[in-house]
Ligand binder design. Structure first.
Ligand SMILES: C[C@](O)(CO)[C@H](O)COP(=O)(O)OP(=O)(O)OC[C@H]1O[C@@H](n2ccc(N)nc2=O)[C@H](O)[C@@H]1O
Ligand SMILES: Nc1ncnc2c1ncn2[C@@H]1O[C@H](COP(=O)(O)OP(=O)(O)OP(=O)(O)O)[C@@H](O)[C@H]1O
Length: 272
């Protein structure tokens, strides 16, 4: 399909602290979010009726009806669009696949129609505001408070999804405590060693409940940590995708080769 092409990059929570819970059940977060140089590709054009086709290596199981977040995003913008979505990211994987697709559509349609995006797209999901920004950010509130972080170093990393879907709501429900401490202050102008030292003192509070739902997450984290040169291994979002950080792209690529297992999705990436 021809039309406006947009890119929806993978979102990675380098940290994810759950610091409270609102009366409506949504949790308060304190998270450092970055984006990878891989993602889904979309093509859009205005049409008489909404239409969606989903293609690509990770298309299996992705809804093609009005529940798909890209069609919900078009509806939120009051626009009729024909959309082709080429899925490269695993779904229900903690890397914001649907949210990033939705944000890309909101951004494109806002540009095409001149209309502002209502409430940063929060109605479509807690991860949509940060995906709309699509750059390194501190994310707070339930996800609606996003503040760009412009002085992070680029990080070579490997992403590993051990082939299981994890429903976000079930992971939040499994949290033992909802009032965990926030992140400590991120040092200004930090270099990679300093960032890794700081990250090692932070947490992903959803890791324990996600591992209870899918123990293979622990297997993935151990396998990543065992790769030569791995500086830190953690889970993103509500899982199951985990990441390892490395000093350079070559080490990340070697780690990706070492993590090749049947059914696992493994990619060497740059995070920024
Ligand atoms: C875990 C994260 O990926 C971290 O970036 C996000 O907070 C989740 O973002 P998302 O998938 O866009 O989330 P939503 O689609 O809004 O919510 C899915 C479910 O997760 C839970 N949820 C989500 C966000 C939040 N701050 N508190 C929650 O308790 C709710 O049970 C909700 O029903
Ligand atoms: N464009 C889309 N791409 C993938 N899944 C979608 C999309 N639209 C709706 N979905 C539905 O949303 C569910 C969650 O998928 P998604 O990739 O958004 O995961 P997620 O783990 O909730 O992301 P995160 O928690 O990091 O925001 C899927 O199981 C699927 O049924």
């Amino acid at each position: 399909m021809t039309g406006t092409e947009v890119f929806a990059s993978a979102k990675i929570n380098l940290t994810l602290h759950v610091t409270g819970q609102r009366a409506d059940g949504y949790h308060l977060l304190d998270s450092l979010v970055v984006f990878a140089d891989i993602g889904d590709r979309l093509w859009l054009r205005m049409a008489q009726e909404p239409d969606l086709s989903v293609t690509g290596p990770m298309a299996a199981g992705v809804p093609t009806g009005p529940e798909n977040l890209v069609l919900r995003a078009a509806a939120l913008m009051g626009a009729q669009a024909e959309i082709q979505l080429e899925k490269h990211l695993p779904s229900a994987a903690g890397i914001g696949g649907g949210s990033s697709d939705a944000a890309a559509v909101l951004r494109a349609l806002s540009g095409m129609t001149g209309r502002p995006v209502p409430d940063q797209g929060l109605a479509l999901g807690a991860d949509v505001p940060v995906c709309l920004l699509a750059q390194a950010a501190m994310m707070r509130g339930i996800g609606e408070q996003v503040e760009a972080v412009t002085d992070l170093p680029e990080i070579a990393a490997v992403l590993v999804n051990p082939g299981v879907e994890v429903p976000t709501g079930a992971v939040f429900k499994g949290l033992a405590r909802k009032d965990n401490p926030p992140m400590t202050q991120l040092p200004v102008g930090v270099d990679l060693p300093g960032l890794v030292t700081w990250l090692a003192q932070q947490r992903n509070d959803l890791e324990a409940p996600a591992r209870a739902v899918q123990p293979v997450i622990g297997t993935a984290l151990d396998a990543i940590a065992a790769q030569a040169g791995c500086l830190l291994a953690r889970m993103s979002g509500s899982g199951a995708t985990c990441f390892g950080l490395f000093a350079d792209a070559e080490q990340a690529q070697q780690a990706a080769a070492g993590l090749n297992r049947p059914g696992w999705w493994v990619r060497a990436v740059a995070l920024r």
